[in-house]
Design a protein around this ligand. Sequence first.
Ligand SMILES: [Zn+2]
Ligand SMILES: [Zn+2]
Length: 263
Amino acid sequence: MSLNESVQEELEVLEAILMDDITISYDEKNRPEIVKTTIFPSTADEVDKQYVCVTLEVNLPETYPDCEPSVQLKNPRGLDESTINNIQKAIKDKCMEFLGQPVIYELIELIRESLTESNLPTCQCAVCLYGFSEGDIFTKTTCFHYFHSYCLANHLVITKRLFQEEQDKLPAWQKSVKEFQASCPVCRESISCDVEELKSALPPKDLESAQHFQVTSDLKKLQEDMRQLFIYQKNKGGIIDIEAEENKLLLITAGDGDSVEVS
Ligand SMILES: [Zn+2]
Ligand SMILES: [Zn+2]
């Protein structure tokens, strides 16, 4: 069997197993070039229990499998940097071990195993910036971002209130006919959540045990330095006073050269 055939066979097997979950791009000579698939932990098809995922992209050099492919992990969700680094290292080792043989299926399995092991978000909640401790109640959005339910509830309540306040300020003809649409605080994708249910969650443990905020002498000093800097910049004309700008007159020059003032 020629090398090309063994690659072809590998790709056929992958397509048969993964079906629509794998994309293979070919170059102009119809040579397979890039293999891409998004990998989830094994949770016996319980999709709502998959808390992490990552997209594997394998670039096949013409000399593959005699030369190792170049492998990239893209769009990691729920995984922190050290987990990604560990997977990357394991990928490198696997590629060396399988030099001369097809390796893509091995890589998929390796990544799936790692994801299954770390199937708990190891990232931070983008609202409170604390991690997820055991016992914390958290929510996974459809875009695979993670928040403590308590934090997401607060965020949604506040964004809804701000939306309403903005609407109330507008004259009737400018009011949007659109209803408030909740969106993910990280990627802005539309999300639908039961805010009442989220609200019933307890605050995250780390947030509860965090020290209460206190104004220290260092903070006071910083405040004073910033105040001095502000005055300095204002005197130099470096601060734009939005209110003053809005009240400025707009000059429209009429065709005959006369200026007409509009306030
Ligand atoms: Zn949080
Ligand atoms: Zn998102």
